[in-house]
Design a protein around this ligand. Structure first.
Ligand code: PLP
Length: 355
């Protein structure tokens, strides 16, 4: 039994892996991989997946749920193109690699981007606060969880302008007030399902309002919405597995219970990092992420010994992103508290051995 702390693609509940595997072999007599996406069986899967997203996040009336391909990386472009209005200016918060990716794509489609808040001065180790939010832009964009550097927004930025968020690495980990957003997008492969589908939760009002002259058919959210997310072949297996995962999430108390479990796991690991003189956290307490926990060894000379210790305990995926170094424990919904306790014990024992 391995304990998977990988950042993504990542762990899903074992029952979901099992049910998905069964459907690959036999889904009403055929494989889920060979059925027509236009068949009534798959249309029912797509509709249930969309309904379960709405149920899990308490999505209000007036929003559409879509599953599109291209990952969150294409979401950067799709969000910008679909939100383009009169000013062709957009306000972005720069909290690291993914936020920068989104900024670059907004520029690429012709926006003048106002980066009104940034944590670049300290290698993205915190969430910038208190910046004046621009008022003369088409929309504001931020990245709710900083997957690579381990900082997370615990408040939604305050603005009356249309708000767009990349929630790839913390969607379904906690409740969210969807009514504050015009577009939420998230690659499936962190808390939702296998890579392939990208989730969009879109306010109906914004559909078809883009002023962009460049608008390929596939990038226009209105076309996907008009066709019930079936404009072309959807990522069938990814949507099916996401549906299974959402059923499991809701059966286990939904996002409210998930948030509680995630808090308990985060408390367990941050507690050990703070207590143990061999380790230091990289993010100030108030900005710490409950999904991706980054930490360093106090003494780099301990690296080989610590790496051997966690490998021996069956832990995988703990190595920090190359741009930060150190360690990153990604603790998505499906990672159990037992796995977190295995890691915190390795850290505790490691310190004891050192003394
Ligand atoms: C993983 C990640 C992405 C990239 O997602 P792809 O689906 O691989 O394009 C973008 N944003 C955030 C916040 C991420 O965690």
């Amino acid at each position: 039994m391995k304990h998977n702390f990988g950042a993504g693609p990542c762990i899903l509940p074992q029952i979901v892996f099992k049910e998905a595997a069964e459907a690959v072999v036999d889904f009403n007599g055929l494989s889920i991989l060979e059925i027509s996406h236009r068949s009534p069986e798959f249309v029912a899967v797509m509709e249930e997946a969309q309904e379960l997203v709405k149920k899990a996040l308490d999505v209000p009336q007036g929003y559409t749920v879509l599953f599109i391909q291209g990952g969150a990386s294409l979401g950067f472009t799709i969000a910008a193109l679909n939100m383009m209005r009169q000013t062709k200016k957009a306000g972005y918060i720069n909290t690291g690699t993914w936020a920068k990716g989104a900024i670059n794509e907004a520029k690429a489609v012709g926006f003048d981007v106002d980066i009104f808040a940034s944590s670049e001065d300290k290698n993205f180790s915190y969430i910038p606060k208190g910046a004046a939010v621009p008022t003369d832009v088409d929309y504001i964009h931020y990245t709710s969880n900083n997957t690579i550097f381990g900082a997370q927004f615990h408040e939604i930025p305050d603005t009356n302008l249309p708000l767009v968020c990349d929630m790839s690495s913390d969607i379904f980990s906690r409740p969210v007030d969807v009514s504050k957003f015009d577009i939420i997008y998230a690659g499936a492969q962190k808390n939702l399902g296998p890579a392939g589908a990208t989730l969009y939760i879109v306010k109906d009002e914004i559909l078809g309002k883009s002023t962009s002259e460049f608008m390929p058919k596939y990038l226009n959210l209105k076309n996907h919405s008009d066709k019930g997310s079936m404009m072309n072949t959807p990522p069938v297996f990814s949507v099916y597995t996401a549906m299974l995962n959402l059923r499991d999430l809701i059966a286990n108390g939904g996002v409210i219970a998930a948030e509680k479990r995630n808090q308990e796991k985060a408390d367990e690991l941050y507690g050990e990092i703070d207590r143990n003189p061999a380790f230091t956290g990289t993010v100030p307490v108030e900005d710490r992420s409950n999904m991706n926990i980054t930490f360093l060894l106090e003494d780099d000379a301990d690296k080989a010994a610590f790496d051997a210790a966690w490998h021996a305990a069956g832990i995988v995926g703990l190595k920090g992103h190359r741009s930060v170094g150190g360690y990153r424990a990604s603790m998505y919904n499906a990672l159990s508290i037992e796995s977190v306790k295995v890691l915190s014990k390795v850290m505790r024992d490691f310190k004891t051995k050192k003394q």
